[in-house]
Every structure is written in structure tokens, then in C-alpha cells.
Design a binder for this molecule. Structure first.
Ligand code: PLP
Length: 451
């Protein structure tokens, strides 16, 4: 391909990047990634970077698996495309749907395929309205979600999300979506214990239901662990109380498993790790380990029986794309046959946990949180008071992210929290390297922030 500088110039001239400041991009140029293998990316200058984020929390089986390429090529030769509209189907969709029904918890035995996490959540928004209308309760339309949650970028999904910056652009949320606060004890817990705080935040759901009227609430949506919000792992008191409230008012629960699904928390699904028992589950990312775009809405026997009682006038051209479905099925085979999730739960997960939690001995690291292979640390000038830096929120986090990148480690920042979500196949040796580079980046950030 072209030399790096030429690629960067063309990129800045013609390519609009998601979540990127165009002026900054023009000034610095993008880092161009040309290859990837296992947990490593290679840039256009031949430098290897340890990917602590598995791309965008998605490359669970690691990069460059030959079997995935072979399955894609085979499927493309055999049936490159057909749809599943108007009473047609095809083997990759059928086998993938059946496999998913086998591995999901509870009776979420039915899947509606979508192209991504965002449009899966848009499907869910429509589906819960259709469900209640078919049950004779068309006034149940409101969906409750959480501030700082992330559910995607379409009008519907960004409205479900609680990213205020996104809401500001384009006048979101759309009507019918309301938010409650998140269970982020480190930032917002004040003098309460984490458990008291978790209960308080869960009870906001009940307050919101009563405020809106239970006859109007269709569903509650939440990620088992808020990912893009900063890997916020709730206090233990939180989920049981949420479950109690949902049961009390008979409200549908959508667990957005786009990040937590397919092994990220050490079980197939975050719903198992936190005993959530959802009625609907959003899946994407790790479903195909990012090899091709595919998402899905998994629904319970009850929800499916109601939705299927009429024609659901909804579908994307690429719902159940045969090549994406075949690749997803192969991804599930690899996860299962190679016992990748078992290894995360019993070996590499605990290994990373010990090293990650030890980062709190760094002068700038407050709490360290981790479940399975997703983790965060809070950066702070004063651990005891959980203080924030004087500089604008996110300034120190951004410095740290840049120091990580300079040390050939991808680690993301959310405000002044640093987060990782490496490929699930990361080895002990690679974990050692990740921690070594993270410590170096933290030291360099500390030097800059102290000055
Ligand atoms: N839901 C969650 C929890 C996510 O983290 C994301 C993406 O990061 C989405 C939904 C949106 O998925 P996509 O980017 O595939 O549209």
C-alpha cells in the first residue's frame, strides 16, 4: 500500500471517522493499522501494538484465525447472500439460531438477527411496543434506561444510551425514553457504603416506574456492566434489587449483552454472571468476534409467542446475512472447542485480576474494578477522598491513553478512568506485558500531571 504519510493525507481528506475530532486528525494523522494476529495489531510502520481493547470490545477469539477466513470464503462461494424475509431461510441462519438457543440462559430460545448492536436495540425498541400492543396494552410504550449507558448510535439506540454528549447532538432522546442514574459508587457514592449506594440507585427504578405509571412502562434496558460508560461494575446489592422491582411490576427486561456476551465476564453471558434473567438480550460484537458485522435480539418463549402471533413488519436487508451467520457459528465453535471462556474464568481472568488490582499501589490509581476480561481503574489525585483532578474531566485520562499508545498498548479512557477489554485468548505472558506497559504509561502520566 501507499506510504504512511500519503495514507494519512487521503484519510484526513476523505474519511469521516466516528468519535474523532477532525481538526486533531488533520494535525496528527491517524495511526494506520494494516495487520493483526492474536492480540497484536501492526501499524503501517511495522510497529506491533498490544490491543488491550480487542478492537472495540469484540475480537474475543483474537485476530487472524484461518478457520474464520475459510468458512467465510466457503459460504460466499456457496450462498453469498439471501434474505430471510417472506418465509425463506437458509442453513447458516438456522444453525446459528439453534446454537444460540442452546447457549443462552433461561428460555431465550428465539433470535431476530440484525446487522449490529445499534440496530438490534432499535429492533428491541419496536419489539417491546409490538409485544404490549398485541397483549392489549398499547399504552405501555416507555422504556427506562440509564445515564452513562451505551446502546449504540442510531436515533433509537443513542436515545436509549445515556451519553449526554450524544444527546446534545441532534436533540435526543426521542420521546418515550427516560433515564435513571447509574451505580457508579467511586464517582457518585459520597459517604455511603457501596452496598447502600447500590440499593439506592436500584430503587430509582421503582421511583421512576411510579412516577411514569406502571401501566405506561414497557421495558427497562441495561448493560450487565456499563462498558463504554467506564466499566462500571455495580455493587453486589444492585442487581438483586433491580430484579425484585422488575418482577414486582411485570416490566420486560432487556439485557444489552453487546459487550458482556460471549465470554467477556467469564461466562457465556453477563446475565449469568449477575443472575439477571432477562426477557430480551441484545447481542453483537463477540457473536462473530468482529470478523463480520452481525447482531441479534434474543427473546424468551413468551415474547416470541406474542410477537410471532402476527407479522412483525421489521427487518434489515442484512438480517441473518449467510456469510456473517456462518462466521458467527464458527466463532462459537472456536470459543467452545478451545474452552476459551473456561480459561478466562479459571485461569487468565484470575491472573489478570491479581495484577490489575495491584495497580492500586500506583500513586495515581484509586479503585481497580474487574470482572472476567473487562476492567477499569479510576485515576485520582487523592485516593482517600476519591477526588477529581483540577483539570477538565478526561484531560488526565487522555494523557494516559496517549502514553499507552506511545508504549504500544491500546487502552481506552472514559473521562479519567482507564479501561481494558483484551481478546479473551490473551495469555499469561501477554497479560504481564500489558501490565508492564500500563504501569509505564501510568508513571509517565504521573510525571506530567505532577509537573
Ligand atoms: N450496546 C452496547 C453495550 C455497546 O457497547 C455497543 C457498542 O459499543 C452497542 C450496543 C452498539 O453496537 P454497534 O456499535 O455494533 O452498533
Amino acid at each position: 500500500h501507499l506510504p504512511t504519510a500519503e495514507l494519512q493525507a487521503l484519510d484526513a481528506a476523505h474519511h469521516m471517522h466516528p468519535f474523532t475530532d477532525g481538526d486533531e486528525l488533520n494535525a496528527k494523522g491517524a495511526r494506520i493499522i494494516t495487520r493483526a494476529q492474536g492480540v497484536y495489531l501492526t501499524d503501517s510502520n511495522g510497529i506491533e501494538i498490544l490491543d488491550g481493547m480487542a478492537g472495540l470490545w469484540c475480537v474475543n477469539i483474537g485476530y487472524g484465525r484461518e478457520e474464520m477466513a475459510e468458512v467465510a470464503a466457503r459460504q460466499m462461494r456457496q450462498l453469498s447472500f439471501y434474505n430471510t424475509f417472506f418465509q425463506t431461510s437458509h442453513p447458516p441462519a438456522i444453525h446459528l439460531a439453534a446454537k444460540l438457543a442452546e447457549i443462552v440462559p433461561g428460555d431465550l430460545n428465539h433470535v431476530f438477527f440484525n446487522g449490529s448492536g445499534s440496530d438490534s436495540n432499535d429492533t428491541n425498541l419496536r419489539m417491546v411496543r409490538v409485544y404490549w400492543a398485541l397483549k392489549g396494552k398499547p399504552e405501555k410504550t416507555v422504556v427506562i434506561s440509564r445515564w452513562n449507558g451505551y446502546h449504540g448510535s442510531t436515533m433509537g439506540a443513542a436515545s436509549l444510551g445515556g451519553m449526554k454528549g450524544m444527546h446534545k447532538q441532534g436533540g435526543l432522546p426521542i420521546p418515550g425514553i427516560v433515564h435513571i442514574n447509574q451505580p457508579d459508587w467511586w464517582s457518585e457514592g459520597g459517604d455511603m457504603t457501596p452496598e447502600e449506594f447500590g440499593l439506592m440507585r436500584a430503587r430509582e427504578l421503582e421511583e421512576k416506574i411510579l412516577e411514569i405509571g406502571e401501566d405506561k412502562v414497557a421495558a427497562f434496558i441495561a448493560e450487565p456492566v456499563q462498558g463504554a460508560g467506564g466499566v462500571i461494575i455495580p455493587p453486589d446489592s444492585y442487581w438483586p434489587e433491580i430484579r425484585r422491582i422488575l418482577d414486582k411490576y411485570g416490566i420486560l427486561f432487556i439485557a444489552d449483552e453487546v459487550i458482556c456476551g460471549f465470554g467477556r465476564t467469564g461466562n457465556w453471558f453477563g446475565s449469568q454472571t449477575f443472575d439477571l434473567r432477562p426477557d430480551i438480550m441484545t447481542i453483537a460484537k463477540g457473536l462473530s468476534s468482529g470478523y463480520l458485522p452481525i447482531g441479534g435480539s434474543m427473546v424468551s418463549d413468551e415474547v416470541a409467542s406474542v410477537i410471532n402471533s402476527d407479522e412483525f413488519a421489521h427487518g434489515y436487508t442484512y438480517s441473518a446475512h449467510p456469510v456473517a451467520a456462518a462466521v458467527a457459528l464458527e466463532n462459537l465453535r472456536i470459543l467452545e472447542d478451545e474452552k476459551i471462556i473456561d480459561t478466562v474464568r479459571a485461569d487468565t481472568g484470575p491472573y489478570l485480576k491479581a495484577k490489575w488490582e495491584a495497580l492500586t499501589n500506583h500513586p495515581m490509581v484509586g479503585e481497580a474494578k474487574i470482572v472476567g476480561m473487562m476492567a477499569s481503574i479510576a485515576l485520582t489525585p487523592d485516593k482517600a477522598s476519591r477526588a477529581k483532578f483540577a483539570a477538565k474531566e478526561g484531560t488526565v485520562g487522555l494523557i494516559c491513553r496517549e502514553r499507552c499508545f506511545a508504549n504500544n498498548l491500546v487502552m481506552r479512557h472514559v473521562g479519567d478512568r482507564m479501561i481494558i477489554s483484551p481478546p479473551l485468548v490473551i495469555s499469561r505472558g501477554e497479560i504481564d506485558l500489558l501490565i508492564e506497559r500500563a504501569r509505564k504509561a501510568l508513571d509517565e502520566t504521573y510525571e506530567k500531571v505532577k509537573a
